[in-house]
Design a protein around this ligand. Sequence first.
Ligand code: AMP
Length: 288
Amino acid sequence: MSQPLVLNTVADLRSRLALWRQARQTVALVPTMGALHAGHVSLAKAARGRADRCIVSIFVNPTQFSANEDFGSYPRSFAADCERLGIGGVDAVFAPDAAQMYPAGFCTAISLEGPAKAGLEDRFRPTHFSGVATVVTKLLIQTMPDLAIFGEKDFQQLAVIRRVVRDLDLPVEIPGGPTLREADGLAMSSRNVYLSADERRTAPLLHRVLNEVASQIQGGTRADEALASGRTVIEGGGFVLDYLELRDADTLGTVQAGRPGRLLVAAKLGRTRLIDNIAVSSGGGDWT
Ligand code: AMP
């Protein structure tokens, strides 16, 4: 499989898109920050299956990191990423630099409420979703794809983007892709490389707790009881827990009778912050 075309400017991206559009080809976009793993590649494969052309964007977006976060040290592996994407049949990589995305004088941002203010990620990363929504909206306007695929791994991000697209009438479909996991259940993440060998052995506990809490709730245990015992297990395992919550799968607000739920967790293990989530149903009855 050949290497994907690398496009560094919006002008080059749009020229290439114009050729594909002239040939009446459909286009899918997969936005990423690089340091690609099998989870990202699974989104690219899903994109290939749903559109004639697939573009993966690679941009480590400074505005979604706060000052105390890992923007400077975020893993970067552009050559290896391109190789992986070539094998995955991706047509083009859009890799703008910061000056391309944020020209001098840049002063516009998307302001969010709703799922972006659910009291989950926003409590710990208050400016994160505005940075994500702004850069993703730019990528969508630059590319004008038929669809853009996001991972359920970042479930709150997916809910925020879907809301932005609906609210701003952006003519694009936003399918979600399932979370790819390591054999022991740990959700794949570019940040897993930060884990020490000991932490790596501990990390799958988060997914085990999510499964355990979901099966307790589905088996009829009161959600607050199941969540409380899940929190105790996570903290007992050596994590500093940010949250473990049950929420409505669309709004991320309080879960309502008859609506699908989502269990969401964020916790720090040493210097690494891990997030994960799974679907949970009320087993046909009301949430208790
Ligand atoms: P990132 O590069 O971490 O910003 O992620 C780019 C896209 O890949 C986002 O839509 C993520 O939700 C998605 N993604 C990250 N990890 C996984 C995973 N383990 N499985 C599936 N998709 C993922």
